[in-house]
Design a protein around this ligand. Structure first.
Ligand SMILES: [Cu+2]
Length: 174
């Protein structure tokens, strides 16, 4: 129940900026493309290859930040991204996100995100994402954020997430 109420609180934050947030998604996707210019060398962990990890600068007082990454799986077995941890956040969860009317809704994927055998999964702005919850300090553009991802089969994998620009200008009015 505790974790549910936390997610509900997070959802409320997004709901309060509903239409502006929806409008901003196109910018967020562009931000993703830009971030590839600075993307880190891919990280290999067993049959997994993780690449293009980035997050976005947050404003003072922001409680959450998003994490985005591409994960390829060369195994004949699927794996699951269960969540993670980071020194900058109290918790790191895998969230699914979708628009309901003009209200952003997201929920924790409690069984994790499947990385299909011989396939890949991409966590990206506006879609499935990592959520860094209860940030200890704002994420600053240009910094690197260490995140330990937790996979069902591959285990724990350390990845550096580069902090890109905030991009979401509409959020500055909140
Ligand atoms: Cu989320």
């Amino acid at each position: 129940m505790k974790s549910f109420s936390r997610i509900a609180a997070v959802a409320l934050v997004f709901a309060s900026i509903s239409s502006a947030q929806a409008h901003d998604h196109s910018k967020m996707v562009q931000g993703a493309a830009t971030s590839e210019d600075h993307s880190m060398d891919p990280v290999k962990a067993g049959d997994l290859t993780l690449s293009g990890a980035f997050t976005r600068a947050t404003l003072p007082g922001a409680k959450v930040g998003g994490g985005y990454i591409k994960i390829e799986n060369q195994s004949k077995e699927p794996d699951q991204l269960l969540g993670g941890s980071s020194p900058v956040a109290a918790r790191v969860e895998v969230h699914e996100m979708k628009m309901d009317g003009n209200v952003m809704q997201m929920r924790k994927l409690k069984d994790g995100l499947e990385i299909p055998a011989g396939g890949s999964a991409e966590l990206s702005p506006g879609g499935t994402h990592l959520m860094l919850i209860d940030l200890s300090a704002p994420l600053k553009e240009g910094d690197m954020v260490p995140v330990t991802l937790d996979f069902a089969k591959a285990g724990k994998v350390d990845v550096q997430f580069m902090v890109g620009p905030a991009g979401a200008t509409s959020m500055e009015h909140n």
